[in-house]
Every structure is written in C-alpha cells, then in structure tokens.
Design a protein around this ligand. Sequence first.
Ligand code: SAH
Length: 269
Amino acid sequence: MQIATIGRWGVSARVWPWQIFRRRFSRAATPPYLKAGLFNRFELFWRGRANDNIALVELLQENGTIKSDRIAHAMKQLDRGLFAPQGEIAYVDIPLPIGYNATISAPHMHAACLELLENHLEPGMHALDVGSGTGYLTAAFALMVGEQGYAVGVEHIPELVQQSIENVKRSKAAPLLESGHLSLHVADGRQGWPEQAPYDAIHVGAAASSVPQALVDQLKTGGRLVIPVGDIYQDLLVIDKQPDGSLQSHSATSVRYVPLTSRDAQLNY
Ligand code: SAH
C-alpha cells in the first residue's frame, strides 16, 4: 500500500495513498499535524516510541541514527518534553505541531542534522539555526559549541521566539542563554544573522525553494550549510564551502519540511 519511501531517515518522506487523498480532498477537516502531512495515527504504532527523553535518545543510538557520543550527550541533556510539552507523545519519534503552521522536527531529523554538522559544532565554533521554532536544535548547538562559541536561532514568528526562550530557560542550556552564547531572535531567516557571522555551521529547519545567498555569504570557509531545498519533496542539501570559496554540495536524503517563506504566507498556509 505504501507508494513511496525515500531517504535513509525516510519516515518523514513516506507517502500513503490515503494521505494524498486526504490532502487533496479533505483539507478543511484535517487536524494540523495531518495537514502538515507528517504522520497519521496508524504510524504511531510502529514508529520508534519511548517513555522518556533518555530512552528516546537510546532508541536513536540503537537504530543507528545517532552515532556520535557528543550528540547523544547533548540530546540527553535536552529533554524534548520541555520543548514540546504535550505529554508522553514528546518522546515518540515524530514531528509535532507547535502552532502557527509550524512543527518541532522529529527527533531522528534533529539527530540526523546534528550528525551532518558534528565537525562544525566543536567547542568555540559559531552556529546559526534558521527557523529555530521551539529552540531545541539551537539549544543543542549551544551545548555543543559551549561557552567559547555562539549559537544563534532566527525565527520569524515572535510568539514562537518568546516560547523558545521560555523553553531554553527551563533546560540545561539556560546558562548559555544567560551568558549570551545562545540567542534567539525574531527575523526573516533568509537574511541569516550577520552579527555572529561567519558561521561554521548553518542549519535551516524549513524548506527553501532555492538556497538564500545571504546564508552562503555568512558561511565560513570550511563551514557547512544543511538546508532542505524543494517544494513537495525536498532534498536535504549539505553544502560545504571550500578553501577557495567554491561550494560543494550533495543531497543527504529526501525530506519533508514546512516551507521557508514569509510570515504572511506561513500564517495563511
Ligand atoms: N528546528 C525547529 C523546526 C521548526 S519548523 C524545531 O524543531 O523546533 C520550521 C520553522 O521555520 C517554523 O517555526 C517557521 O515559523 C520557521 N520559518 C519559516 N520561514 C521562516 C523565515 N523566512 N524566517 C525565519 N523562520 C522561518
């Protein structure tokens, strides 16, 4: 029955016939998490599920999504339930709605992006998270680059930024927010955040139709940009800036993210 499975972490790219039907013909009656096409209740039964954050991270280690101990350590320190306070479902490996037509990404996508960026998240490095949503990944970046580094989140919905600051304050990344080594800003992420540029790592948590030039400009030589690009099906592009300034790019997998767009377009989506 399943008509497409794409990608190494492909759960977010699985398409079932009834999802296509539902999206085409019954949008108005569809709850937000289904409207985003992210999962359905049947999938909950076979998706990775855990009862708490440590078990969730261990599950991702067991199934090979997390290979690095540094990443496991950072994710164990950040209780996903603080960023998606929706009870035990926070520990199921699925994206969850956070309002404003946005989602917190699935834990396996957070882990996958951290794995792709690991060498660019060494202590002292600078990291930018565009479309920071709940602040989860920005906080993970901050824990990895530490108090000598900088982790910056940019999100264009002011209410989400306010909420993400509250989330971080409750988390183990709170001291980094206090010291200014983690910051969360309301802005159009397509313009990046020049203040802390150039960045060793740039992550974009929403799908762009093309790679914004400002992000390429703000990437350090030797730095890495991870960005989903495309419309319905997107490639998670990994773009490395070479010593001569040229770009080398490959697709890590196919994914499905909410669009990187204007605030109006997102709210009227
Ligand atoms: N990594 C986040 C993902 C949030 S979903 C998390 O796991 O919590 C993607 C986010 O991108 C949404 O919060 C959306 O509001 C934001 N977004 C979309 N277009 C944007 C833009 N042009 N500038 C900044 N943020 C944007």
